[in-house]
Design a protein around this ligand. Structure first.
Ligand SMILES: CC(C)(COP(=O)(O)OP(=O)(O)OC[C@H]1O[C@@H](n2cnc3c(N)ncnc32)[C@H](O)[C@@H]1OP(=O)(O)O)[C@@H](O)C(=O)NCCC(=O)NCCS
Length: 475
């Protein structure tokens, strides 16, 4: 197959032609024939050898090339800015935001297949894109839906365990525990124990990833219904419907606009390149050849942290407190005082700031667009909009946050509230269901590219001082 390499990212217009295009990291664009098979594994098995060859050749030529440097501050500062990971599925630009295999969120909204009558992309299509680098056809997406519906049954021991958890146990702990024990089903773990050849790892990782993604909505719905719907079990999935429809329905909602929101929500929360806590953790644990269930459960535990995924819960808790203490209509000055009080008490403003982004998160903007269309007069949405006007100036005035703009977590909760899903403790579970698509797509590629166990070098402060002083004295 002939590969042509271009040096720039596509305009939206050229993106429309890209059924045949794979976007590699570092904005290299590699064109190839679109895959006509509707079977994701078949398509992937053709793409992987090409990519393996590309990476081998690239490493042969550039393997010793330096791509960055590390300072002492970077080591104490959460490795911010260190170029140390390869992640094929998405790249985050500080100003432009996320691109999934080269495609921005608006481009994905335009190009990815939709449900009949729907306007938002189906997460099945984004998964196909993340895994293959190709925009799928409707038939290819339908095939993913069919496969997930066929793989959705969950083992009885998981249901029993979930039903026995105390109602005080946070839903994220329940989800992570359920995913961990579902590794009873891991084809990767079983094959590894049976001595499978390493060239087959990606296939087993693929099988586990497909199974796990298929099972997640049911697990997540059981958690929701146990906690907030008196333990009534969810209906079985409808095999004619898509993944998001089934998840929404199992939670107990049937408003078509809410289903559309869920399709958008479950698409945009999938992936945010490789360095964020949940993606990096899944990749790290997977590098020890822990199976995809164990690897993703580890990622979920990171997502449950308030500086990461739990920020969507934290934002709504904070906004609700704001409403309770200030009442209905609030002046900008009242908001400013409340925000300053939060900062002066040593807390962060949830939903604002980002380790990489330096502009408003496009995931925030697409949810805002959805709200402007579907709930323009909702009081909570109005408050969220007012905060968007007020918070950034205060964070700039405070002078600490490098990015004063809102991220995804400052918008998702208001939409879920509007459609009646008001249990804020549950929100990160939905984030987790979506995040599975991105981190598992990456995990498949980790195994396809044969990435080794991750093991960066660490130092204690005395050693680091010696290294730094020796380096400084040479200048
Ligand atoms: C996302 C986040 C963890 C990124 O952290 P980071 O990369 O260390 O961010 P910065 O480099 O801008 O942080 C510099 C300082 O600004 C502070 N800061 C950053 N965002 C802030 C916010 N929203 N409110 C108040 N202070 C903030 C940091 O706490 C840090 O303070 P310190 O020097 O006293 O430790 C941070 O912005 C944050 O805590 N945001 C709120 C939680 C959130 O929304 N998380 C979801 C992210 S998608």
């Amino acid at each position: 197959m002939s590969l042509t390499v271009f040096r720039k990212l596509p305009s939206l217009q050229s993106a429309i032609k890209i059924n045949q295009t794979i976007f590699a990291q570092s904005s290299l664009v590699v064109t190839r024939q679109a895959s006509s098979s509707t079977n994701l594994k078949d398509v992937l098995s053709k793409i992987i050898p090409e990519k393996q060859k590309e990476v081998t050749e690239f490493r042969k030529e550039y393997g010793n090339t330096k791509v960055g440097e590390v300072t002492v501050d970077m080591m104490y500062g959460g490795m911010r800015g260190i170029r140390g990971l390869v992640t094929e599925t998405s790249v985050l630009d500080p100003d432009e935001g996320i691109r999934f295999r080269g495609f921005s969120i608006p481009e994905c909204q335009k190009l990815l297949p939709k449900a009949p009558g729907g306007e938002q992309p189906l997460p099945e299509g984004l998964f196909w894109l993340l895994v293959t680098g190709e925009i799928p056809s409707q038939e290819q997406v339908n095939d993913v839906t069919k496969e997930w519906n066929e793989r959705a049954d969950i083992p009885n021991h998981v249901i029993t365990m979930l039903n026995n958890f105390p109602s005080t146990l946070h839903p994220m702990s329940q989800l992570s525990a359920a995913v961990t024990v579902m590794n009873s089903e891991s084809k990767f773990a079983k094959a590894y124990a049976d001595g499978v050849h390493k060239s087959k790892y990606w296939e087993l990782c693929f099988e586990d990833s497909m199974d796990l993604i298929a099972k997640l909505p049911t697990v997540a719905a059981i958690i929701y219904r146990n906690l907030y719907r008196e333990g009534n079990p969810p209906d079985p999935i409808d095999k004619k419907k898509d993944w998001s429809w089934n998840y929404t329905s199992m939670l107990g909602f049937d408003n078509p606009d809410f289903v559309e929101l869920m399709r958008l929500y479950l698409t945009i929360h999938t992936d945010h390149e490789g360095g964020n806590v949940s993606a990096h953790t899944t990749h790290l644990v997977g590098s020890a050849l822990s199976d995809p269930y164990l690897s993703f459960a580890a990622g979920l535990n990171g997502l449950a942290g308030p500086l990461h995924g739990l920020a969507n819960q934290a934002f709504l808790v904070w906004t609700t407190k704001l409403q309770e203490s200030l009442g209905g209509e609030v002046s900008d000055q009242q908001l400013r005082d409340f925000i300053w009080n939060t900062l002066k008490s040593g807390q962060v403003v949830p939903g604002y700031g980002h380790a990489v982004l330096r502009k408003t998160d496009p995931r925030y903007l697409c949810q805002r667009e959805f709200a402007l269309k579907h709930l323009p007069n909702d009081p909570l949405f109005k408050l969220v909009s007012q905060l968007y006007k007020v918070v950034p100036d205060i964070l700039i005035e405070q002078g600490k946050a490098k990015n004063p703009w809102p991220n995804v977590d400052a918008h998702s909760g208001v939409l879920l509230q509007y459609y009646g899903l008001k249990e804020m403790n549950y929100y990160t579970v939905m984030f987790g269901v979506s995040r599975a698509l991105g981190v598992l797509a990456s995990l498949i590629w980790d195994r396809a590219l044969g990435l080794p166990i991750e093991r960066p070098k660490s130092f204690d402060t005395p050693h680091l001082k010696k290294i730094a002083m020796a380096a400084a004295s040479k200048k």
